[in-house]
Design a protein around this ligand. Sequence first.
Ligand code: TRP
Length: 477
Amino acid sequence: MSGHNVWTHKGTFLLAAVGSAVGLGNLWRFPYLTGENGGGAFILIYALTIFAVGIPILIAETMLGRTSRQSPIMGMRHLTKTHKTSRAWESIGWLGAASAFLILSFYSVIAGWALHYTWLMLTGSLVGADAATISAGFDALLASPGLMTLYHTLFIAFSALIVGMGIHKGIESGLRIMMPALFVILIVVLIYGVINGDVRAAASFLFTFNIADLSLEGWLQAMGQSFFTLSLGMGAIMAYGAYMSSEASLTRTAIAVAFVDTAVAMVAGLAIFSLVFGAGLETGQGPGLMFVTLPLAFADMPFGALVGGVFFILVLGAAISSSISLIEPVAAFLVERFDMTRPQAVTIMVVAAWAMGLLTVVSFNIWAEGTLFHALFGRSAFEFIELLTNIFMPLGGLMIALFAGWALTQNEVMKELGTNITWFKTWRFLVRFVGPAAVSFVFLRTIPQVEGYVVPTLGALLIVGIFALSQRLRKSA
Ligand code: TRP
């Protein structure tokens, strides 16, 4: 129907989805949030949401893309018409576009930091440096809005160039080499961490939990992170699903993506925290965690400048393949809806996200405190944007789950999923009830007034119950 083409290889969706999923979320955000939230309990909630909620929703989101074969907003518009549901479901597309824009704005700034460290590594500037020097260097970067803006601009312009020229096909072959290489080098850092750091302390920090340690907002952050790391709930996967060949297995692909993504995050976490405990650094130091600990290891490692340089180049590659997937859904929408050319659409999206990114840049220096954001929300603009994405993505995922679970017909879903009826029933139960209940539970639990477990549990059951009932009524009417 639309001008959408389908990827030539069956495996391309998997590669693109892994490229989108594996990125700064695994290497930078996962370790830093885990460190701020005290370790094990955070990981427990994160892992539970990935496997019980994330995988089924990943399947649902891909399915919506593949059946509609359009960009998320237009695709949802199409599906609401063909399935005679309320137009309100189209908000899945709009909410996703808003999240993509918010995420890209800060993603590019952080990727800019990686650009800075690539440079420092390759010039050998940090060889032999100690922890104090390295963290002072990081603070100096944060203190310089000009430098951060420069890197931010470079990164976002480069991503835009790739999407604008429609050359992500060329990236495919690059990803095939870069992803495994990134994993190998992470293992090298982990081995270094095991020898020179404190892997026991790291493992006990990451894998022993006391659920009471997790703050209310920690629950939201853990759930938000599990959506973030899978690129879920905002249309990126839907946009890629639209190009996915009809033969590829949704279930196997989704499980593979979640598995690879989690493996990368775990290896990165173990490596980083081995170094943190070995060097007596702070676990809760915030967004700078990866950018202080890893250069410290490279400063001391044999051939560290080279290994570190290659590492940060691979981090940039992983970040680019993720940022492409943030630009794609919005750009595809602008092209389909307003008949723009690809370069025009990409330019609009990226210039807007770039400008918004300046808020993140100044959150680390001139607007680090005392702004309107601090007065209203008790946090910087960057932290506020992160909070919004932690809400928007699970909310988008919740709606995707409900729509795929209730609006799509059994025939359609069976055609997409393959023929196994037991798996169909399990999956539908997961997206109809389990996913929505889990997301509602975490949302309710995060509200300070309903702290505890009983009220949020009952509330979540109530929400899903009402929803289920309304669907029954609709069908029998
Ligand atoms: N998943 C990516 C990461 O972990 C970030 C990302 C890329 C993303 N595309 C997305 C997050 C779409 C949410 C939605 O780095």
